[in-house]
Ligand binder design. Structure first.
Ligand code: FAD
Length: 492
């Protein structure tokens, strides 16, 4: 069980000291070192809902950072890392702060290193079908630039407009077109990084290699603890020439699961597949007669070469029809398409509710039982608990279950206890039922106990690696279930 970090009493004075501020300014320029209290508050949390709950109550999830430093190029970043090592200062890599698990939350007044000035495409190689991009580039600007050239990276997270390419890689993310293009680990073919000791790492981009375990994959999903990703080379694809949506109504969730499993196992690859439980379906299909008696909404999109996409569409439709699906009007697709990159609605949070999302991976053999067990566990926590789920990353072996939980307004202490209890129960059920406790949001800080339980001996390997690369625990300490820095108030 977590104990909350004590709220930091803010003072105008950064604890960093004048000498370090001057030295950082000598590296990146005075305008790119921020130590004002408003800036430090702005960087004191990411989109971790618990952080917002704390903020609403006048607290912080951790501490304020002591400063924010923004390098313009790899040389400046390297100088920052080397300086911090000499002076034993702790650093946090920061993309855009859209992480939802607290990966950038300072625990002991670390210096935040904002990478957004590393923001350009280095090379688009149209022959090889690859793009090399600096890690701090905004996701939407990156994708739009590719589209102007007739390409797509195929990584389209809901948060695309408020996240960076480096953040996608560091969190091992998944986008809405993952069934067709894969997840970020399927797209990255090379990368560059600055390791915690300041040494540069260069994993040259090639289609494949057999030179031992994958070094690249030590950085994919590393959440900043093994250093700074500075440049990434990704596969790119020609923008689809054709796209066709399909909206279906299934008679039950079980039939929907069976149909999607068969679609994926038949080697069909819709660009988008989304299946919603009864509650989330009802929110999206009000007044549509097709859903009377068929309460489960499924949205698909087929894209690519017209002939191929149409074949995939008709084969997928035939499978779904065998499971009782009927074709419905396109309104739910159109609404989803128009809002697919919006951030969460702020309505519930601003009205004092405690809303959060939890995404896990389950196997087909257990998925239905997992859903039922998690829903009843969550609903038993509080009579007014909202629980809804959808499945939008589908594999031949299983699927990601994405759940929204929401507790009504109540005294903060009670809410935080119930909120953590809900996480505990859902993640424990996931472990008991053979799933993974995180599908694409990563571990950050809040997931520490569950990551520990899932990785067990694997976590010891990660800690050995961390100790070897970063013996003084200077780079994003305490994240990814690794050792907390001395003085951290975060216990989990
Ligand atoms: C409304 C909303 C919708 C979302 N939808 C999705 C979704 O569809 N799919 C998905 O995968 N995620 C989603 N997320 C989660 C989040 O956007 C992703 O995890 C994203 O990849 C984080 O990128 P960022 O640049 O904001 O990283 P940050 O939040 O700044 O950092 C996240 C972690 O990565 C580390 N990090 C960042 N950049 C680097 C770097 N260059 N080198 C080393 N470490 C680094 C940080 O230290 C931290 O540990 C969503 C979040 C929100 C708020």
């Amino acid at each position: 069980m977590i104990q909350t970090a004590p709220a930091t009493l803010a003072t105008d004075e950064s604890p960093l000291g004048k000498e370090a501020i001057t030295d950082f300014a000598a590296i990146v320029g005075e305008a790119n070192v921020m130590t004002g209290v408003a800036d430090r508050y702005a960087y004191s949390r990411d989109r971790l809902p618990y952080g917002l709950f704390q903020l609403r109550a006048g607290n912080l999830p951790g501490t304020l950072p002591s400063a924010i430093v923004s390098p313009h190029n790899t040389e400046e970043l390297q100088a920052i890392v080397e300086y911090a090592r000499r002076k034993q200062l702790r650093l946090i890599p920061f993309g855009a702060g859209s992480g939802v698990l607290g990966g950038t939350v300072p625990l002991v007044n670390e210096v935040v290193v904002d990478l957004k000035r590393l923001n350009r495409i280095v090379e688009l190689n149209k022959i090889d079908g690859t793009v090399t991009v600096q890690a701090g580039m905004n996701g939407m600007q990156f994708e739009e630039e590719l589209r102007r050239e007739g390409f797509t990276a195929g990584h389209l997270p809901q948060s695309i407009a408020m996240s960076t390419v480096g953040g996608w890689v560091a969190c091992r993310g998944a986008g809405q077109a993952s069934s067709r293009y894969g997840k970020i680990e399927d797209m990255v073919i090379g990368l560059k990084a600055i390791l915690p000791d300041g040494r540069p790492l260069d994993v040259r981009p090639v289609a494949r290699r057999a030179v031992g375990p994958s070094i690249k994959d030590l950085l994919v999903g590393s959440e900043g603890v093994f250093g700074f990703i500075t440049e990434v080379t990704l596969r790119v694809w020609r923008s689809p020439e054709f796209a066709s949506p399909l909206v279906l109504a299934f008679p039950s969730l079980a039939e929907g699961f069976s149909a999607l499993r068969e679609v994926l196992q038949a080697e069909l690859r819709p660009e988008v597949i989304r299946l919603y439980d009864v509650k989330e379906s009802a929110q999206r299909t009000e007044g549509m007669p097709e859903f009377a008696g068929h309460p489960i909404l499924c949205i698909m999109k087929f894209a690519g070469k017209r002939d191929l996409a149409m074949v995939e569409r008709s084969l997928s439709l035939a499978i779904c029809a065998r499971h009782g699906a009927v074709v419905a009007g396109n309104a739910p697709y159109e609404h989803w398409d128009a809002t697919r990159f919006h951030s969460y609605s702020t309505k519930w949070q601003s009205e004092g509710y405690y809303m959060d999302t939890i995404e896990v991976t389950g196997t087909w053999t257990r998925l239905h039982d997992m859903y039922t067990a998690m829903r009843s566990a969550a609903e038993s926590i509080h009579p007014d608990m909202h629980f809804g789920a959808h499945w939008s990353h589908i594999y031949p072996e299983g699927a990601c279950q994405y759940m929204t939980i929401r507790l009504p307004p109540m005294p903060q202490e009670e809410a935080l206890r119930l909120h953590r209890q809900t996480w505990d129960r859902i993640e424990q059920l996931c472990l008991d039922m053979g799933g993974s406790v995180a599908h694409h949001h990563g571990a950050g800080l809040f997931r520490n106990p569950y990551v520990r339980a899932e990785l067990n001996e694997g976590l010891r390997l990660l800690q050995i690696l961390k100790d070897g690369l970063d013996p003084d625990n200077l780079i994003n300490p305490g994240k990814l279930a690794l050792r907390q820095p001395p003085g951290s108030g975060w216990q989990s």
